[in-house]
Design a protein. Structure first.
Length: 280
């Protein structure tokens, strides 16, 4: 966990929510009231966000006492209690929605990722996330992918060169894009991996002839063509399949022998896991 990122996220989220005060709690519950609450699991899945919840409680009110029963990455079922929290009632209520919003989203992503990982058992293929994340929540969403057993691709535009179709077209072709990317690294002294997306066998053959990349993304290749492409690459480059891959067909893509499968669906359209924080 990157505490600097998390602290800034929590601070911004609290400011957004509380404004000039939680007037519902202030008007209905006497200041100084103590209470208890429990995090109840209402849907089977993979739990994620417990470590984050502890940071939220700590930042809102360090005097809150949290007793954790279930950790990130554990399989949970309806009725499980992930943790209890005890202390100032106003503090618990201030933390409630932020904790739930984060944990439900993260647990949904971890659950979806875990299902994909189970489909990949027996293959060498690993599942990757993408940059198709919620703005401002990328760190949390990619954290949840790791909790679910997936692998993070690049975090942003800054930690890898990924030459996609638009880059190729704007650069004037495969050769220009690859050569200019390598020149850029030489000029700037940066140490970044280069990945290039190819859309067809002709583009793949150009990349194989030029070289000077670390990974080849085979985008929207039908399964028979993907098998042919992987055989042609023959282990010379790391391979990644993307486009049109679902939970239902992911194993068939893995059987083609690719090293990675990237799936935007891990984060962009996932269903949150149902959780609830209830007083007791």
């Amino acid at each position: 966990m990157d505490k600097k990122i998390i602290d800034a996220f929590i601070k911004n989220a609290i400011t957004e929510d509380v404004g000039d005060g939680d007037h519902t709690s202030l008007s209905t519950i006497p200041v100084g009231t103590k209470g208890k609450a429990k995090l109840i699991v209402k849907e089977d899945g993979i739990l994620a966000g417990v470590e984050l919840a502890l940071e939220i409680f700590e930042q809102i009110d360090a005097s809150l006492q949290v007793n954790v029963s279930l950790r990130d990455g554990q399989q949970v079922k309806v009725g499980d209690i992930a943790f209890t929290v005890e202390g100032n009632t106003h503090s618990i209520l201030l933390a409630e929605r932020l904790v739930l919003n984060c944990m439900q989203r993260m647990s949904g992503i971890a659950t979806q990722t875990h299902r994909i990982v189970k489909h990949l058992e027996g293959y060498k293929t690993k599942v990757l996330d993408t940059r198709k994340t919620t703005p401002g929540l990328r760190y949390l969403e990619k954290w949840a992918v790791r909790i679910g057993g997936g692998v993070n691709h690049r975090i942003g535009l800054y930690d890898m060169i990924l030459i996609k179709d638009n880059h190729v077209d704007y650069a004037g072709g495969i050769a220009n894009a690859i050569n200019q990317a390598n020149d850029y690294l030489t000029t700037t002294g940066r140490k970044l991996q280069i990945e290039i997306e190819v859309r067809n066998m002709e583009e793949l053959k150009q990349v194989l002839e030029i070289g000077k990349v670390d990974r080849i993304m085979l985008d929207n290749f039908p399964i028979p063509l993907l098998k042919e492409a992987v055989a042609l690459i023959d282990g010379k480059f790391v391979t990644e399949a993307s486009g049109g891959i679902t939970e239902e067909n992911v194993a068939a893509y893995a059987a083609c022998g690719v090293d990675f499968i990237s799936m935007g669906a891990l984060t962009h359209s996932v269903k949150s896991l149902d959780l609830s924080l209830k007083a007791f």
